[in-house]
Design a protein around this ligand. Sequence first.
Ligand code: CAA
Length: 256
Amino acid sequence: MPDPVEISRDGHVALLRLNRPEARNALSPEMMEQIAATLEAFDPDPDIRCVVIAGSEKVFAAGADIKAMSERSFAEALRHPASSFWRRLGAVKTPTIAAVSGYALGGGCELALACDMIVASDTALFGQPEITLGIIPGGGGTQRLARVLGKQLAMEYVLTGRRFDADMGLRMGLVNKVVKKGKWLQEAMDLAQTVAERPPIATRLAKQAVLGAEETSLSAGLENERRLYELAMATEDRVEGMQAFLEKREPKFEGK
Ligand code: CAA
């Protein structure tokens, strides 16, 4: 049985590729554990500065594993690893990019939404079809869609289970970039390489500051940003960054 998640490295960028084509990359418990454990293992590694999560050309992920879910009792659902999977993803400090081609449905859409940015192929189709199965999204779909799209549009997609395409995702602010079929993964890797070239402590602080906007009031968010900015001012990388600018040369960031 091949690994449900293939892991590779390109410089400071790690790539996780979901690999369960026979089930359209449905998120099995093994797959979720491998994704969460890999991201947690990368988090303290100073050599990993950005992570890309991708599926195949045809499917990013078709959601939670419906076969496994159909047999789960209420008590089992409470204990299931999925209940901690989304919290574990939310705790990752390394910047993450979802590279989406084909279907990103249910938990697949939620996995993309849990990443910091989304690069999509023009074939990508997003949606939260849980309602058609008699359930509702359980991996952050209602909350993250409402924050990105606003209440009205989130309601429409969550209550109908309708899909939307990459261009619509771009117009609604959910997708960062739409790329032609075949080029989406390279585009996501290029974006990740650019993030990885930036000073890594600052990119993590910046991620924390931006995510703070979803959690707090403006005044608390501004205060949080100020503290994180002050932390950035204490790094060696910012001395190097400013010195390099003044000396008209490229900076060499060490992650210190
Ligand atoms: N779980 C388990 N198996 C799945 C699956 C899923 N989410 N999605 C697809 N599969 C399986 C199918 O059962 C089928 O298996 P068999 O060959 O053994 O019959 C195989 O993958 C191929 O599927 P299709 O023939 O349907 O493939 P397709 O290319 O015609 O269609 C698709 C692809 C549009 C993604 C379609 O498979 C689909 O609609 N899948 C379900 C999507 C969905 O409802 N996701 C929400 C899941 S619930 C959830 O995610 C809960 C949560 O938020 C926590």
